[in-house]
Design a protein around this ligand. Sequence first.
Ligand code: DOR
Ligand code: ZN
Length: 348
Amino acid sequence: MKTITLPRFNDMHVHFRLGQMLKNVAPVTASYCSRAVVMPNTLPRPILNADDVIWYRDEINRALEDAGVSLGHFTPLMTIKIRDDTTPKMIHSAVYAGGAIAGKVYPKGVTTNSGNGLTSFKGIGKTLSKMEDSGMVLLLHGELDLERTIQSEWEAAFLPQLEWLSANFPNLGIVLEHVSSAEAVQAVLDLPDNVAATITVHHLVLTENDVIGTKIRPHNACRPMPKDFTDRDLLLEMAMSGNPKFFLGSDSAPHHRRSKECAEGACGIYTAPILPSLLAETFEEHGALDKLEAFTSRNGAVFYDLPLGGEFFPAETIMLVEDPWMVPDEVDGIVPFMAGQTMCYKLA
Ligand code: DOR
Ligand code: ZN
């Protein structure tokens, strides 16, 4: 039987939510990751400051403990949401008292729970400088819904802001999250090494046709929306290139079935249950299994300056076994990515 052994993943962008959903989804990611960067766009309590970070980390760890996950194997990496009212003092305490490693900007209104998002980078210059000084990484939801701009162009519309940030905060670690277009990939390649990007597995396999082609498929809807074949080709090339600027951030984003199958369905794809299987299959299909480890387990840690092994994170591994299984139609009220389809690798 064919097997693939990899170091436990670093998923540098995941949504754990709160309450029962947190209890359901966090153990799934913890089963194959050594760490995950946990997004702060939670409701009803968004993660905005040190107190929120400390509280949310406890909630996550309690959910994992209740599920029998040994906490030595998985560390949630905490983030705060950066808004117009985020002060330098809040950055200081989030980093030094809360242990947050990154701050996430959602431009106002472009995605799930971003109603309270940022309206202007220029208005938070001192906050960004404080992030730069304290080593806090800036995570960008890189879309801008400019007037009379079609949604497929929102990512391209954001790129001048990325370039402005890079030019004005040269020592700030910046991650353009869930990069989806060739223009954005090129911008990241052209900027200095402190600018990187995460890539999701769904952007490696979907195009816009899979969301709004001959059928409308709400469970493939996400922000940014998957784009054209040429965009997807370039994303595949980058993920499989070993280039340290590109690493895994699954953006696994669970929503209840009822919030997806309705008049105003939420954007977000729950990929956590199939992430290792689908990545292995995709890389194998392109003859790039030897590049999988850098993408899932190395480049992200290096960018965030996190240890790759050693005392705290012994190089623990996961094993995938070739053993076809069908992705369930629903898990805990959530329709997972590729529901009803067959995966060839299973996590041992
Ligand atoms: O598809 C997405 N879902 N994109 C985001 O930016 C947010 C996320 C969510 O929270 O559901
Ligand atoms: Zn996200």
